[in-house]
Every structure is written in C-alpha cells, then in structure tokens.
Design a protein around this ligand. Structure first.
Ligand code: HEC
Length: 444
C-alpha cells in the first residue's frame, strides 16, 4: 500500500513546537539584527573617524564590536542552529521545501556569514594595529558582508511566505521564487529596524564613555539615527503590508487581534519618545536603561512583526504548497509535486499516514479515542495544542462546542477547505466521529 511521504515530527505538549521555535527565533532576530545594524553604524562612524581624524570614534566602534562578539555572536550562533533544529523537527517538510529550492542560495549566505564573522574579529582585534585606511576597508567589508546575509535571508523568507512570481509554480526558477513584490518592502523595513536595534544597543556602550562631551555626542548621534530609522521602518512596514497578496491580507484581517495596528503605533511612539529623551537629556542614558529598552524592543517590536509574518502565510508553512501539518496541498508542476489532498479524500488520513499504528488504521468501537488522538497528532497538532496552554489551545477553541457541533464543523467547513486560515483537511465519516469524540471528551 502507498503512504504519504512523511517524516516523523516533534510535538511539544505544553507550548507547541511552533512556539518553541518562535521563542528561539525572536531571540535570534534581536541578536542578528543588532549585528547587521551595528555593522552599518560602524561603517558610518569609521568613515567619519578617518575623514575627520577622530580616533575616539574608532575606539567606540571597537568597544561596541567587543559587545557584539560577546552578545550577538554567541547568542546568535547558539540560536541560529537552534532554529534549524527546532524547525527541522517541527516541520521537516517545510524545511525540505526551502532546501530543495534554495540550497545554493543558503550556501551563498553562509559564505557572507563567514565573511561577517572574520570581519568582526578583524575589526576588533586589528584596531590600532593596522593603519586607519586598512581598518576602514575592513569595516566596510564587514558592513557589506553583514547586510548581504540579510538580503539573502529575506529572499528565502519571502519565498517561504509566498513564491515571488506566480510562474514559479509552473516554470520553477530560483529567482522567480526569490523576488516578489513584497521582498523590497521587507528589505527596507528590516534594514530600518536593524538600525533602531543597533541604536538602542549602542546606548549600552555610549553610556559608559568617560569623557562627558563625547558621551553626549554619541548619545545624540544614536538618538537621531534611532528616530529616523524608527519612522522610516514604520512606514516601510505599512507599505510592505499593501504589497502583500490579497489572500495574505484576508488571513491577517481574520487572525490578527484588533489591537495589532494600535500596538504598532504604540511601539513607534515609545521608541521615538525614548530617543527624544536621550537626545534632550543625554545624561539619563545608563547601561540599564538601554538594556531595558532592548528588552522592550524584543517583546513589543519583534514579536508582533514575526507574528504577522507567521499569520499571513497560514495555512501554509512554506511556498504556499506545504501545509503546516506537513500535507502537500497543491500541485507544483515545476517540481513534479502533486497535491496529497485527493489521496486523503479517497482513503482518509488513518490509512494514508505512515506512522499510524496498525491497529488504528480503521476506526472501531474500541479504538475510537486512540484513533481520534492519532488524527489530532497527524492533522492538527502543528497548529493546536490540547488543553489550555500553547498554540491555539483546543481548551479555548472548543469551550462552547459539543460533539455533534464539532462533527458538523469537521465534515463541513474544515473538510471542504473553505476556511482561508486552515488547511483543506478531508476526513472520512468515521474519522470525523473519532476526532470529534476525542477532542470533546479528552482534548479540552
Ligand atoms: C495551519 C494550521 C492549522 C491546522 C493544521 C489546523 N488549524 Fe484549526 N485553526 C487555525 C487557525 C489559524 C485558526 C483561527 C483562529 C486562531 O488563530 O486562533 C483555527 C481555528 C480553529 C477552530 C476555531 C473555529 C474557527 O474556525 O476559528 C477550530 C474548532 C479548529 N481550528 C479546529 C481544528 C482541527 C480539529 C484541526 C485538525 C483536524 C485543525 N484545526 C487544524 C490553524 C490550523
């Protein structure tokens, strides 16, 4: 008998594997964005130091570089592979989709990343040991290598959300998938956000400068940079949203809470107010205030942005053809990939999934609940947790439903694939009964 080509997946019963991945990713985004933003700031300061003969600017760059090495590079290189590991076990087919189309692009990114790592070490350890012009070249090299890593990752992330051009599905082509109408908005938004993050973290170093006049000058420079970048980033994000495909906007409208847009305004206002304060009264800037602001940015700045990005590609996990629950839901002629939905419609999930125990392949009076649990794991667990914790917990979703109501929902809205944010998930009649019974009796 033929089965779906699934890999084993990991399911976290408390948080949900998606959240574990999300938490790791948010920390990684802060570390990596600070690093790229700081690389651009270094290029600017090192040029000024060279042209105007101001060695103290270079000393600032060196000290900030040490902080990056200790913070961004250690945290970034722990969380980076962490994303790989957690994503690979949470969504092996999603990762597989990305690798199949972009393995060489990823390799290219890795080359730039190696350049970046070599660059930061050279920048820090060769300061005052090589002549200024060579040091400036190293700084520019570091900035370009860093920014290019972002450029490449944004292309891959864009593909993950939505292959750039519709022709990609029929003709393939790396660049058809890589560049889309919303890729450029994302590049500007991320670059601006990186500069904000670099200006916030740069405050930790600036606040510890001994010379009062220079401390004031650096604090104000960072404040101006932070305000300009925050405003540009805010509007670039709004613009990016308008370049998204229709479906993404429908899904976001359905999924994002009402406070989402006001919360973006709040983040902008708090960020601008913070920088305005440190500009007007540079002496209030302390290492702890900067660390506090970095934490605020982490929680209120990155989380909503990443949540939006994650919601708008629902129900797909990658390339608009792999559902979050790993089922392939669409034909991709260019890759000779066929949708698995017809097979599921015909045979049901229990008969098609390779890891269903033999005694659950058919629903019987005795195994109903176990079969329901198996169906939950195969179909729903990537997006919903049982009980009251984790991702979209059924404890809350099903609070007001009874078994009959849920059965109707499963065989109606869900099985027909008419919900924009949930996969098309056909169920045989007895499967729907088993899943409804399990979720209502034991899943809430
Ligand atoms: C691709 C991820 C995904 C998968 C897989 C998935 N869901 Fe959902 N589900 C969602 C989203 C998104 C919502 C919208 C509400 C939210 O975000 O809280 C939702 C909402 C629901 C709701 C609340 C009613 C509604 O329409 O908003 C129920 C009930 C539900 N899902 C049941 C299931 C069942 C049962 C399965 C497995 C057979 C399943 N879901 C699989 C993503 C998913």
């Amino acid at each position: 008998m033929e089965f779906l080509g699934m890999y084993p997946t990991w399911h976290d019963t408390l948080l949900g594997s998606g959240w574990v991945l999300g938490i790791i990713a948010v920390v990684h985004v802060l570390a990596s964005h600070v690093s790229v933003g700081a690389a651009l700031v270094f290029a600017w300061l090192a040029t000024a130091a060279y042209r105007r003969r101001r060695p103290e600017l270079l000393e600032y760059v060196r000290r900030y570089g040490v902080l990056l090495l200790v913070f961004s590079y250690v945290v970034g290189s722990i969380t980076g592979p962490g994303i790989w590991y957690s994503a690979t076990v949470a969504s092996p087919r999603g990762i597989s989709a990305l690798i199949h189309s972009y393995v060489w692009i990823w390799a290219t990114e890795w080359v730039f990343f190696v350049g970046e790592v070599v660059g930061i070490y050279a920048l820090v350890y060769l300061a005052n040991k090589v002549d200024q012009k060579t040091h400036l070249k190293l700084t520019l090299f570091f900035a370009i290598a860093s920014w290019c890593t972002m450029l490449i990752i944004v292309g891959i992330l864009s593909f993950m959300m939505w292959p750039g051009q519709p022709e990609w599905f029929t003709q393939g082509g790396t660049l058809n998938g890589f560049y889309g109408p919303y890729t450029f908005g994302q590049i500007i938004t991320r670059t601006a956000f990186m500069l904000v993050a670099a200006a916030v973290v740069g405050g930790i170093v600036a606040s510890r400068i001994d010379d009062t006049a220079f401390r004031q000058e650096m604090t104000r420079k960072l404040a101006v940079l932070g305000i300009v970048a925050a405003v540009v980033g805010f509007f670039a994000f709004q613009w990016t949203l308008t370049t998204l495909p229709e479906h993404a906007r429908t899904v976001m409208a359905a999924l994002l809470p009402d406070w989402f847009v006001p919360s973006l305004w709040a983040v902008l206002i708090v960020t601008v107010a913070y920088f305005a304060l440190t500009w007007a009264l540079p002496r209030v800037l302390t290492p702890w205030l900067s660390v506090g602001m970095a934490a605020v940015l982490l929680v209120f700045g990155i989380w909503p942005e990443e949540t939006a990005r994650e919601s708008m590609r629902k129900p797909w996990v990658a390339g608009q053809y792999v559902y979050s629950n790993q089922v392939i839901g669409r034909d991709v002629p260019a890759l000779r990939i066929r949708s698995e939905v017809p097979m599921l419609e015909q045979r049901g999930m229990l008969a098609s999934h390779p890891f269903i125990p033999a005694n659950l392949r058919r629903v019987t009076e005795e195994n109903t609940s176990q079969a329901g649990y198996a169906l939950y794991l195969a179909y729903c667990s990537n997006c919903h947790n049982l009980g009251k914790t984790g991702i979209r917990p059924f404890g809350k979703k099903l609070a007001d439903m009874d078994e009959e109501g849920l059965y109707g929902y499963l065989t109606g809205a869900l099985a027909s694939g008419s919900l924009p944010y949930m996969p098309h998930m056909p169920l045989k009649e007895d499967e729907a009964r088993a899943l409804a019974r399990f979720l209502i009796q034991e899943g809430r």
